[in-house]
Design a protein around this ligand. Structure first.
Ligand code: DCP
Ligand code: MG
Ligand code: MN
Length: 337
């Protein structure tokens, strides 16, 4: 069973959702108002789940996650057939240029703005000025169209098998899990998120700390990896490609992230990197409500005034975290909020 937000096929309010997502993108890429971005996204997800066509703002306002301002925009859109705010955004040269430039992996709104101020206003311009880009951004530009393709689940399964085969050949005590939207059962994913851990890599014993480098080297030597974007102690970002069989069309390049997580923090990491980001936000809020603080590393009990976190609590499964905060366990495929 697919989550509504990852299956828009039955959406009766497609135009409203598209309008809200265009506003969401604008707030992320141009104004950098991440709270507004999240509010629009949440509203779009809520409307996507609604089984009937919405006919006015009042009906929208009755749905969860839709406040006064957004319901007014929906009303304007339904009565006027367009939204003044969006018309303005679409006519604004800087917004249009920034929207193009942030398509490149590694270019965020701040850098995009700088480029626009330097007179670079399109992808075409950017290709003539690659000297203004760092290594990550150059690779991002090179594979821009390929990274924008969603990865079908069938391809994700092949990528998972290939990655796990290589990891196993490096060290069969490594535990590896493909997280992100794939673990939530999504029909397609934006990238590959792999978490790895090792019994000898914990918060107190780091003897296996070179395991990330060993895995990356093996990915590289097998030809699975085509480019590196960044490589830190616990986080690797790169580009991978599956070989295509004889007579098959060539496959495309995908973004791959590998994270090394201490063994004793694995399940909090697994929970966090399985997402969705909105599910994580809601779960952290519930935790806080119940007097706990939760992040990608651990869960701690808070003092009664909620000011001071206590010791890290023992966690040996994702379920333990749900239990601490009295939340009903959700399978990964129920976390696509
Ligand atoms: N994550 C988060 N908050 C963020 C970014 C990420 O909680 N701001 C967590 C939840 C995500 C996971 O990390 O599910 C992986 O991040 P991705 O950006 O790869 O998101 P998804 O895998 O969920 O989606 P996609 O299919 O687009 O890759
Ligand atoms: Mg992902
Ligand atoms: Mn990712």
């Amino acid at each position: 069973r697919k989550a509504p937000s990852e299956d828009s096929s039955s959406n009766k309010n497609k135009e409203i959702c598209e309008m809200l997502m265009e506003l969401a993108d604008y707030e992320k890429n141009v104004t950098r108002q991440i709270h507004k971005h999240n509010a629009y996204r949440k509203a779009a997800a809520s409307i996507m789940k609604h089984p009937q066509a919405i006919t006015n703002g009042k009906e929208a306002a009755a749905l969860p996650g839709i406040g006064k301002k957004i319901s007014e925009k929906i009303d304007e859109f339904l009565t006027q057939g367009k939204l003044q705010k969006l018309e303005k955004i679409r006519a604004d040269d800087t917004s249009v240029a920034m929207k193009q430039l942030v398509r490149v992996s590694g270019i965020g709104p701040a850098h995009a703005k700088k480029l626009v101020d330097d007179g670079i206003t399109s992808i075409e311009d950017l290709r003539k000025h690659t000297d203004k880009l760092n290594h990550h951004q150059q690779i991002g530009l090179k594979y821009m169209e390929e990274f924008e393709e969603r990865i079908p689940r069938a391809e994700m399964e092949l990528l998972e098998a290939e990655a796990k085969k290589i990891i196993e050949s490096v060290d069969n005590t490594v535990i590896a899990t493909v997280c992100g939207s794939y673990r939530r059962g999504a029909k397609s994913s934006g990238d590959i998120d792999i978490l790895i851990t090792h019994p000898q890599f914990t918060t107190s014993d780091k003897s296996a700390k070179d395991i990330l480098t060993k895995v990356v080297t093996a990915f590289d030597e097998s030809g699975f990896l085509t480019d590196k974007l960044s490589h830190g102690d616990t986080k690797f970002m790169g580009v991978c490609l599956l070989k295509s069989e004889e007579g098959e069309p060539a496959r495309i390049h995908h973004r791959i992230d590998v994270r090394l997580i201490p063994h004793d923090e694995y399940f909090c990491g697994l929970l966090y990197f399985t997402g969705s980001d909105e599910f994580n936000r809601q779960m952290r809020a519930t935790a806080l409500d119940k007097g706990y603080t939760l992040n990608e590393y651990c869960i701690r009990k808070l003092s009664s005034d909620k000011a001071t976190p206590g010791e890290k609590l023992p966690v040996t499964s994702e379920r333990d975290v749900f239990d601490y905060i009295g939340m009903e366990y959700k399978e990964p495929n129920e976390r696509s909020l």
